[in-house]
Write a protein that binds this ligand. Structure first.
Ligand SMILES: Cc1cc2nc3c(=O)[nH]c(=O)nc-3n(C[C@H](O)[C@H](O)[C@H](O)COP(=O)(O)O)c2cc1C
Length: 145
């Protein structure tokens, strides 16, 4: 099984730590995992059909998802009627600085397929509990297919 962990992390690396924990859970459950920070490079959308499942993580930017992940959704929307773009299980995680209202914008990802578990939501530097929840999310996602 192939899994994609797509995230944006920039300010402190908080979302990146969560992404690594989700990736660990997926690997522990036997998946081959690609981890992509959309802050470093726009996600190459034509690679999306290769994956059986996806996990997406964003920081809260002005009570919305990071722009790079909105760009991913825009790119996905244009491709969505081609084979391999819809119906994937997905899991979500969010890092915020104390507000966290970007949680509402996460509903846009429901177009991708079926959400697995609850979104893991973290304030500031991710605690051990948050990282454990991220690892569990990865495992749950791997077991969903
Ligand atoms: C441009 C910008 C806008 C932000 N807006 C919000 C916000 O509206 N609400 C909030 O709770 N945190 C906000 N934050 C804080 C980040 O969501 C938070 O620091 C997050 O953990 C950063 O993740 P990262 O270290 O992975 O980049 C903002 C940060 C930046 C850089």
């Amino acid at each position: 099984m192939k899994a994609l962990v797509l995230f944006h992390s920039q300010q402190y690396g908080n979302t990146g730590k969560m992404a690594e924990a989700v990736a660990e859970g997926l690997r522990e459950a036997g998946c081959t995992v690609s981890v992509h920070n959309a802050n470093e490079e726009r996600y190459p959308i034509t690679e999306y059909p290769e994956y059986d499942m996806i996990s997406i993580g964003t920081p809260d930017y002005f009570s919305y998802m990071a722009g790079t992940l909105k760009t991913f959704l825009d790119d996905w929307y244009i491709q969505r009627n081609k084979p391999g773009y819809t119906g994937k299980p997905y899991g979500l995680f969010l890092s915020h600085g104390g507000g966290g209202r970007a949680v509402d914008s996460l509903s846009l990802f429901s177009r991708l397929g079926d959400q697995v578990g609850e979104a893991v939501i973290s304030s500031g530097s991710p605690s051990q509990r948050v990282l454990d929840d991220c690892r569990e999310l990865g495992k749950k996602l791997a077991m969903s297919t």
